[in-house]
Design a protein around this ligand. Structure first.
Ligand code: TYC
Length: 102
């Protein structure tokens, strides 16, 4: 018997890589005018960070210029940035909050 079309290939199975949603870092930027206590309050209020950790993060931003305050899905990160920027503006502070893809 010689059909020449018998399957001699290696058995394989399609295995799609599991897709995970991209994550976004929310960053707080330093400036010369926003009071330290206001930044600490923002971290507690919008990110649920405890007081001691909020002070730590605020001081990191103050010394290094920027720090990651959390990592979220796009929609949550966007909401945090908007909330912080609106709150800072309402209180007439120049505090800047941004996000970037991880
Ligand atoms: N640099 C500010 C000051 O000396 C404090 C500050 C910290 C401002 C963190 C912004 O994201 C910030 N009053």
């Amino acid at each position: 018997e010689d059909g020449g079309s018998g399957d001699v290939g290696i058995a394989t199975k399609t295995r799609s890589k599991t897709q995970r949603p991209p994550l976004y870092k929310v960053l707080l930027l330093n400036d010369d005018y926003t009071p330290m206590e206001f930044v600490v309050h923002v971290l507690e209020r919008f990110f649920g960070i405890n007081h001691a950790q909020a002070v730590d993060i605020m001081l990191t931003v103050h010394k290094k210029g920027v720090a990651v305050v959390g990592v979220f899905s796009f929609e949550i990160a966007e909401t945090k940035v908007t909330q912080v920027m609106d709150y800072a503006r309402r209180n007439q502070h120049p505090l800047q909050c941004t996000m970037e893809k991880e």
